[in-house]
Design a binder for this molecule. Sequence first.
Ligand code: PAF
Length: 278
Amino acid sequence: MDIIRSVADLRARLQRVPNNVFVPTMGNLHEGHIRLIGIAKPRAACTVVSIFVNRLQFGPREDFDSYPRTFEADCRRLRDAGVDVVFAPEEKEIYPELQTFVVEPSDLQHILEGAHRPGHFRGVATVVLKLFSLVMPHSAIFGKKDYQQYIVLRDMVRQFALPIEIIPAETVRAPDGLALSSRNAYLSPEERREAPRLYRILREAHDEITAGARDFQRIELHSMWELANHGWKPDYVAVRRQADLQAPAPDDRELVVLAAARLGKARLIDNVEVNLPR
Ligand code: PAF
């Protein structure tokens, strides 16, 4: 496994094996990332993983400085997973000058996560476009835990006609249902025991909709109330269409229930897809 720090070295290395599949990450890797690599590996001769904590996607009061950085442990996991190239640039390699050209996603960037994290998706889209132009993969894998991120990047690739297939991967969960996330590290032991409630509430919403409930606003409010009742500070629970994350029309069959809520210091997000029979 090659660990590469500079853009020049990355370009030289990938010239040798241009058939590559890409998994972008911010490090602090867990089983969810390893699953993405498992999906990537059979698709190309070379699997590239980036580790880069992207300042541009963090708000001024967010956790950029304290975001867990575990480079040595990450490299051990990546080696065991059979990754070929790790691209772990310093900030100056990615942003050698002030990044004044940015990717401005559609209005999708202002709803749900975007409403609570202004500028987040602009930062994500900008760094991912830049990483794509450095790595030039034919495919890239993104976890569906960050559902809105996946939709924004899928649309970016389509609208800019980038020759890259975006492959979504299912969320990986702990046995009690909690979605794996680097930010779970912020939970105290007591909060960790409480945290699976988020997924349980999403499953309940899923089951109600599957059983025929169509008053989505009631379901959203009830779910938020449940969370608040157990010490959470919910930002949103929202029933949306999978295709574009807009409010569903009566005949929409592919839905997703998305949620974000704070528990202590941690802000957790999760979602559950609902596929109704046609
Ligand atoms: O999902 C993440 O880890 C990040 O948002 C990404 C896609 C690596 C961009 O920094």
